[in-house]
Design a binder for this molecule. Structure first.
Ligand SMILES: *Cc1c(COP(=O)(O)O)cnc(C)c1O
Ligand code: SF4
Length: 349
């Protein structure tokens, strides 16, 4: 075992936050104890130290809230991922790409998580048998050209195990790209080691989609982790969730996206929160979300504007949402509204 490995492992294991520490922060321990019976908590000192005051955007993402228990709405699996799973651990919902769910562990349990039904519950990672079945399935479906390694967080596996998964997927000729979905650069950047980067370097092209929601999460450590990944040749993208009281205003989102672009992470998707039981207090309306998009388009670099996505209930899939810029259409004449609200006519031949 290398020094790198021992360091991230011991850092990971020694930094969980105790109830004592939470009490000092004025967290209501009784509430926490009640909530975590249903939805577990995991929190490390690195992320906890980003909190500046009670109920701030960092707090809301990681401290259990009584509202999680009073949410009467919602399904535990609105995306019907379990229904689109031909092999345990594999989700095949779209024609040319699959999700490979390798473990249900994360460095932190985000209170708004879509996979709240799984994460933090009894630990499961994909068994060797199921992994083999998943590989067979991908091999026999020539249309699959994009394999997304996700979880939980795949980076909580050690390098050797992760490499074994990547290597076996890479061997399949028709798989063109591999994606890794991980919130680790944001919640536990110490995990991004040189060993890991040197391993990833061997299997291009890899797209690495991470998950930052607030500019205060883009710390020196996080920036460094992203830079190291970029240096290893992966292409970095970010998926945020639009969360009430966390980042539901254009100013915060633009600041976040500018910080990410500075460390070569390109904003990819901005999700309307899924209708998952226990997360209603994070909901942002579609109307508000579209307004936020309008306040960004044209006002900042296109690179800093992610695509707004709603993932429909009952497994309808992802739908891109865009503010409507066509005000009127008469035959081949269109009237557009530009980002400043001015109207322009366009005649199509
Ligand atoms: C989101 C998702 C994908 C990836 O979708 P992209 O739009 O290509 O990023 C693939 N499979 C499932 C089941 C998903 O939920
Ligand atoms: S890191 Fe991702 S999968 Fe894990 S709890 Fe947070 S949002 Fe859910």
């Amino acid at each position: 075992m290398t020094k790198n490995y021992i360091e991230w492992k011991s850092n990971y294991s020694n930094n969980f936050v105790s109830m004592n520490k939470l009490e000092q922060l004025d967290v209501d321990i009784k509430t926490v104890e009640q909530v975590i019976q249903k939805y577990p908590m995991k929190l490390n000192s690195y992320y906890l130290n980003l909190i500046k005051k009670k109920n701030d955007p960092i707090w809301k993402q990681c401290i259990p809230d009584l509202k999680e228990l009073t949410d009467t709405r919602g399904d535990t699996d609105p995306l019907k991922e379990d229904q689109y799973s031909p092999v345990q651990g594999l989700v095949h919902r779209y024609p040319d790409r699959v999700l490979l769910l390798v473990s249900n562990k994360c460095a932190m349990y985000c209170r708004f998580c879509t996979r709240k039904r799984n994460v933090g519950k009894k630990y499961t990672s994909i068994s060797e048998g199921n992994f083999k079945k998943a590989i067979k399935y991908i091999e026999s479906h020539k249309e699959i050209r994009d394999v997304i390694i996700s979880g939980g967080d795949p980076l909580l596996l050690d390098d050797a195990r992760l490499e074994n998964y990547i290597k076996n997927v890479r061997k399949i000729n028709h798989v063109e790209i591999i994606r890794i979905d991980s919130r680790i650069p944001c919640t536990f950047p110490q995990r991004i080691t040189l060993d890991l980067c040197n391993m990833l370097k061997k299997y291009p092209p890899i797209y690495f989609l991470t998950h930052f929601n607030h500019p205060r999460e883009v710390t020196e450590e996080a920036k460094n982790a992203c830079e190291m990944l970029v240096e290893s040749g992966v292409v970095m993208g970010n998926q945020s969730v639009l969360l009430k009281g966390v980042n539901d205003d254009s100013k915060t989102l633009m600041k976040l996206n500018h910080e990410l672009l500075k460390c070569r992470v390109r904003p990819y998707y901005l999700y309307i929160p899924d209708a998952v039981c226990g997360t209603a207090h994070f909901c942002v309306s579609i109307e508000k979300a579209l307004k936020i998009m309008e306040e960004m388009f044209g006002f900042t670099s296109g690179l800093a504007v992610p695509r707004l996505i709603i993932d429909l209930v009952d497994g309808g899939g992802k739908i891109p949402l865009c503010p409507n810029s066509i005000v009127e259409r008469v035959d081949n004449k269109y009237i557009f509204k530009n980002f400043e609200g001015k109207k322009f006519t366009y005649n199509e031949n």
